[in-house]
Each structure stands twice: as structure tokens, then as C-alpha cells.
Design a protein. Sequence first.
Length: 213
Amino acid sequence: RSQTAALSDGKSTASATAPAPVPDPAWSLECLPFTIQLYEKVNFEGPNFETTVDCPSLNSCGINEVRSCKVLSGVWDLYEGPDYAKPSYQLQKGEYPNPEAWGNGNTAPAQSVKRVTSYKIQLYEKEDFEERMHETTVDRRSLDGCGINEVRSCKVLSGVWDLYEGPEYAEPNYQLKEGEYPNPEAWCAKSKIMRVNQFKETAIKLKWGKILP
């Protein structure tokens, strides 16, 4: 018989496609400290100031206003007025060469900055947000006591989180913004064979882990 006929009755599997490997669930969670560089002029020029804490005013910072900035880690809110007077703009890690870059249409500079310290994530033991769930905003060095054994889906309710492939925060890593991730593929982006072994949150120091069999 022809090769086509042989394939049709299952006697030849030479051209059969093997199933794609499935990414592993998450193991642990941690974060980076907050750091932002503030510049008085656009395009990162003029006097500048780096801070890791909230600044309700710029009086002691050596600059009069913020017209560009670099968010090195964490998530920050920039406010047009002192003492966190709105409007405000939330900035994630990246470079912002002018006020338009952070969403300010009228080019007004910022006068105060504040860390975004509200972080919350829901961790699900099964894909598609099924079975047992644990919600956390605090440090977790293991899943013991959380009621779940592993994480195969999650919902980021607030904050920005980084996921890492290897133990001890080994690269590569994948950043998760607020949203829903129904399976490991959703946070592994381009590759379907990545081992996601940890979460790393970008502002509050969190860590949890579970050694898989």
C-alpha cells in the first residue's frame, strides 16, 4: 500500500508530531527594591536626584521639578502637585524622556513621587483558575500553609510581578502586569518549554517556593 494509506491506519508514525512539552508551575516569589532617577529637564538632562523612598516634595532633592525620569525598579506614581496632589501617572520600569512619555498631554512637570506598595496576586493550583486558590500580599518562603501545592495559573490584581525560569531567581524572567494568566504558557510568552520556577515581584519583597517532585 501507499505511505498515505499506512499513515491512515496508524501503522506508520514517522511523520507524526510529538506533543509539545508543557511548562512547569511556579515555585517561588520575590521582589526588587524601589529606585527612581528624577531629572529637572527633559531627555535626562540638568540636575538630577535618585531616591528609593517617597518624596512628597522636591525641596530637599536639589531639583525644582521633574521633566524626565528613569524607573530602575518598582512601580511609581508621579504627581503634578506637591504632597501627592493629582493628577497622577503610574510608571513601571523604563525611561521617560519627557512628561508626554508618562501620559501628560499638557507637558506639566511632576512635583512629587510615591512608591506603589499595593500588591496582590491570586495563585491557583490548576490551569484556568480552577481548584484551590491562595491570595497573597506578604512574604511567603514556601507554599506550606497556603492550601496549594503548585501554581499553574494566576491573577495579578495589583502591582507588577516578574517570573523567573530557574531557582534562586535565575534568568530569564518574564514580567506580569495586572491581568489574568490562565496557564504557564500565558506567562512564558514565546517559548513552550520554559520552566517557570519562581515569581519575583517588583516592589514589595515577597518570596515563596515549593520543590516539585
